[in-house]
Write a protein of this length. Structure first.
Length: 598
């Protein structure tokens, strides 16, 4: 609930903010200074009033011991089929032209070689960790219906291409995290194919929950494959759920000598796993997985997909972190993109009960393959992405850039949020560079047809042949204005560079200095004990410019200089205030204290 305005008397102690969405760790903390009309005079604000809402890395109690590299990471999420086409020779017939609007079943030709070829672009942007959606053999474009966990999908380049990517990434200081899908598999997986054919006589029968055999299929009104005869993920018959307590299932995925979670670490040197629908598997499963993964590599990162509160999963015995939907993506979407939250409410919504360093192991996303693009949620207003990116890169946790956000790629709900990367918008990139395959189609041998049944909406061979090798009704997706792409890329690269340079932005505590609901502005501090170079970050979430006055009190003496990492402008503390005059709407300032003063 809101702070009582009557309690905000100059010189009085900062009121405690009761946070209904925050639990004990934050609810007990002192509140940010809030004033509906204007910031409290900084001269009245003493350092003792600043109680961090989040403690610095390594200083909070409990939680997992996360790999140190995660605290330094800026992740880049790649949907492999849509990022870059590095080898048209592995494109199946019917591959869409690069830039075509995606459909549920379309293949665009992106592959692992394309990612390897674009490592230079990624390092120029500044990211130092990749999170790749599933790369294993699968009949779909998204890869969450896996038929072979031991091989990279041939149309993505196979295992040798992946090894080259790992080697190239590591040489460039880039970590690689894969997407693990252990809750369910594909109905075309050999285990389930055997079950369909042999029923209870199949050696794999008890690895699934089969209600009736023979198995029957039907399609619903939306063309989605359904079957009441076995347990499938959310009723999608293409995704039969594995019996996670079956010893043979656990041996294959977790505990065996060549278990999947260990094999890709030991044989290919991947740096971590993002586990799909992790909250749908029991805690003891993930405890076993953590033991196996950390034995293979103590520095491997283990992160859960969880759209809700993940507190129980990050206590130190399961995951290092989680995809931060509830306490980052959702409030950031409402505050920055839709502008339906006040600064006060935004800060409240960030609150969580994650212990210790778990907060630094969170993947802070603005969007993903499962959500509409941020710019889409912002009604196409790319300016709103600027303020959101500034906050994302200066907040606690590991920021994640969803491929193309740095160029202003838009897109609605899946599959529209999975458009191909617009390489023609990257300054200095040739239009027909790898990944921009406009007008080109694949010429590889058509893969063998699945046994049963075809994917929903799949184009028939006759339809493909009649359309010059392309699935019917291919239309081109809109691309961003190149000028917008250039400005966003410059901002993202500058923010990432600043974050990598400044330890306080990666490991520092988090304290709110000011919120101003009328002007939609806020300011916060990142600081480390023993490090005099702290950061004061100011944000203007309004659509017009405002003078933003930040009360710093005894935190910085008058005359202390702060340099804005984004504009290069120097600001001095005066009368206990740090003021940024005329801060543009949907923008911010990253004010770094200059060493040797204040």
């Amino acid at each position: 609930m809101a702070v009582d305005s009557a309690s905000k008397v100059a010189g009085s102690p900062t009121p405690t903010l009761r946070l209904p969405t925050q639990r004990s760790a934050l609810a007990a903390a002192a509140a940010p200074t809030v004033d509906e009309k204007g910031p409290v005079a900084a001269a009245k604000l003493g350092a003792e009033a600043i109680v961090p809402l989040i403690a610095a890395a390594g200083s909070g109690p409990g939680g997992p011991t996360i790999p140190e590299w995660v605290k330094d990471a800026v992740f880049y999420q790649i949907f492999p089929d849509r990022f870059a086409n590095g080898d048209v020779g592995n494109d199946p017939n019917g591959t869409m032209p690069w830039g075509a609007a995606p459909t549920n079943d379309s293949i665009s030709g992106g592959d692992v070689n394309g990612i390897t070829q674009k490592l230079g672009y990624l390092t120029k942007l500044g990211v130092n960790a990749l999170y790749m959606n599933p790369i294993f053999t699968s009949p779909s474009n998204h890869g969450y219906d896996i038929t072979d966990y031991e091989h990279v999908n041939p149309r993505l380049g196979g295992n040798d291409a992946f090894k080259q990517l790992i080697d190239g990434a590591h040489k460039n200081g880039v970590k690689v995290m894969l997407d693990g899908v252990l809750n369910h598999t594909s109905h075309q997986h050999p285990w389930f194919t055997d079950v369909r054919q042999n029923g209870p006589k199949s050696q794999f029968f008890d690895r699934f929950t089969v209600n009736q055999w023979p198995i029957h299929y039907e399609r619903d009104a939306d063309g989605i494959l359904r079957s009441p005869d076995y347990k499938s993920w959310w009723g999608y018959a293409s995704l039969p759920v594995l019996t996670n307590d079956n010893p043979k299932v656990r041996d294959y995925f977790l505990t065996g000598k060549d278990a999947i979670v260990k094999k890709w670490i030991t044989d290919y040197k991947i740096d971590g796993w993002r586990m799909d629908v992790a909250d749908e598997l029991p805690a003891d499963y993930w405890k076993t997985a953590r033991t196996a993964i950390k034995q293979a590599d103590p520095n491997a990162y283990l992160v859960a997909e969880n759209w809700h509160d993940a507190s129980s999963m990050v206590q130190g015995d399961q995951f290092d972190g989680a995809m931060n939907y509830q306490y980052f993506q959702q409030p950031a979407n409402e505050f920055f993109a839709k502008k339906t939250l006040s600064p006060d409410d935004f800060i409240k919504r960030l609150g969580n009960n994650y212990p210790g360093d778990a907060k630094f192991g969170m993947l802070n996303i603005l969007d993903s393959h499962d959500t509409p693009r941020f710019i889409e949620e912002a009604g196409g207003d790319w300016y709103r992405l600027r303020a959101a990116a500034i906050f994302q890169m200066t907040y606690v946790g590991a920021p994640v850039v969803y491929y193309g956000d740095e160029l202003g790629v838009a897109g609605g709900k899946d599959p529209d949020s999975r458009r191909t990367f617009p390489w023609q918008n990257v300054p200095g990139t040739n239009k027909h560079d790898a990944g921009d395959r406009t007008g080109l189609i694949g010429n590889a041998t058509v893969p063998a047809a699945p046994a049963t049944p075809p994917a929903a909406g799949a184009a028939t061979g006759a339809a493909v042949a009649a359309n010059n090798g392309l699935p019917p009704a291919a239309t081109m997706a809109p691309i961003p204005d190149p000028k917008v792409s250039a400005q966003l890329f410059d901002l993202y690269s500058k923010l990432i560079s600043t974050r990598k340079k400044e330890d306080v932005l990666r490991r520092g505590d988090f304290s709110v200095l000011m919120t101003h609901n009328d002007s939609k502005t806020l300011a916060y501090r990142r600081a480390l004990p023993g490090n005099a170079r702290d950061a004061t970050d100011a944000l203007n979430n309004d659509t017009v410019s405002h003078d933003v006055t930040v009360p710093v009190g005894s935190l910085a003496a008058d005359g202390t200089a702060f340099l804005d990492a984004l504009s290069g402008t120097r600001f001095l503390v005066k009368d206990g205030n740090l003021t940024v005059p005329g801060l543009n709407g949907n923008f911010g300032a990253v004010l770094m204290r200059e060493s040797g003063n204040g």
